[in-house]
Design a binder for this molecule. Structure first.
Ligand code: BYC
Length: 317
């Protein structure tokens, strides 16, 4: 039965409306009344986020068999497994909004739902693995920490757990890249090459500029977004520039300069036309990523069938 009020951690016993909860920065829970558009926006974003975690296993997963040591292999295996877990939390969060996981996966496989642009770039060397941890998890954390306070309870709670794990992922990436950038000249060059290739795509993860972000206004009004795409992109640049200095690597941007007045780093123009191309399915690895996912899904069908048969049997042996 649907309640016509929303319980929030702020006012647990007060009967209130959706609008009041949003205004009070409270939490909307699955059985609460909510506008259809709010529900649809959350399904879009949470599903896209879940798909990103699952497709995001591929660039790093490709290096599990080629990790340079047993220690690095164990770390990478655990990280990629964490990403699967994040995807599952998020599909479960989306399901609280009344959608079916199989339908979400079908939407991914048929291109009706998106996933983050960043995972359509190839991971060419071992240094890419460290760079993904440092930059991609780093950008994800900057974007996601505010989502821990977003208005939809199950999404916010999933974000708390995911951000904790991603902070760890980001540090392992930095440590791995630090070992390379302070290694032999060849290793240093490999680290620099990875940074050259991943820097701009990492900035694109934050989405289109605020002036061209169709969802921002409403998502902000509903307390899903707490900061704009450009604000978070700037925050990421400011956080990352000093880290690159510690690594002894050069960020591939001639326009990067400290702005005393703003107390922030100025940076060059992001190629948003490239982002649009990648989001439209024309990035370097889009076709390969989806083909791999569809194949894995088909190969795993027997597991789902076996689980269904077991459930239908009432758990009998
Ligand atoms: N890539 O109006 P806008 C991870 C879409 S994975 C693709 O600004 P919004 C990890 C956008 O969806 C973590 N599409 O949208 C995993 C919208 O689509 P529609 C990934 C993008 O939603 C493995 C349209 O463009 N993080 O950490 O207000 C290994 C217009 O944009 C992108 C998340 O998913 C993009 N980069 O804001 C390592 C965070 N940017 O309406 C690490 C959750 C935009 O045309 N998502 N679009 O269908 C969000 O915070 C927000 O959805 C965004 C976009 C900030 C990304």
């Amino acid at each position: 039965m649907q309640r016509d009020f929303v319980t929030t951690s702020v006012y647990p016993r007060r009967v209130t409306t959706f609008e009041q909860v949003i205004e009070d920065l409270g939490r909307v829970e699955p059985r609460d009344a909510m506008p259809d558009d709010y529900r649809a926006t959350l399904i879009r974003q949470i599903a896209q986020h879940a798909h990103s975690e699952i497709i995001g296993m591929q660039p790093e997963g490709a290096w599990i068999t080629r990790a340079p040591s047993l220690r690095r292999k164990a770390i990478l295996l655990a990280k990629v497994q964490d990403e699967a877990g994040h995807g599952l939390y998020l599909y479960a969060a989306a399901e609280t909004l009344g959608v079916d996981r199989a339908d979400l996966l079908d939407a991914l496989h048929t291109g009706r739902q998106k996933y983050s642009s960043i995972f359509n770039y190839p991971s060419l060397t071992w240094a890419d693995v460290g760079t993904i941890g440092w930059l991609v998890d780093g950008a994800a954390i900057v974007n996601q920490v505010p989502l821990c306070r977003c208005s939809y309870g199950p999404y916010a709670r999933a974000m708390v757990r995911i951000c904790k794990e991603e902070s760890f992922h980001q540090r392992q990436g930095f440590e791995s890249l630090h070992a390379l950038s302070h290694g032999t000249p060849e290793q240093h060059a490999m680290a620099q090459d990875a940074l050259d290739r991943w820097w701009w795509p990492a900035l694109m993860m934050f989405g289109p500029p605020d002036s061209a972000s169709p969802n921002s206004e409403r998502s902000t009004a509903w307390g899903i977004k707490r900061f704009s795409n450009d604000t978070l992109r700037q925050r990421f640049v400011d956080m990352t520039v000093p880290q690159a200095a510690v690594l002894g690597l050069r960020i591939p941007d001639d326009d990067l300069a400290w702005n005393e007045e703003r107390g922030s780093w100025d940076f060059g123009e992001v190629d948003f036309a490239e982002l649009a191309e990648v989001v439209a399915g024309r990035g370097p690895c889009n076709a390969e990523r989806i083909a791999h996912k569809v194949r894995a899904d088909a190969e795993g069908a027997w597991v789902r069938e076996a689980a269904d048969a077991y459930a239908a049997s009432g758990g009998a042996r």
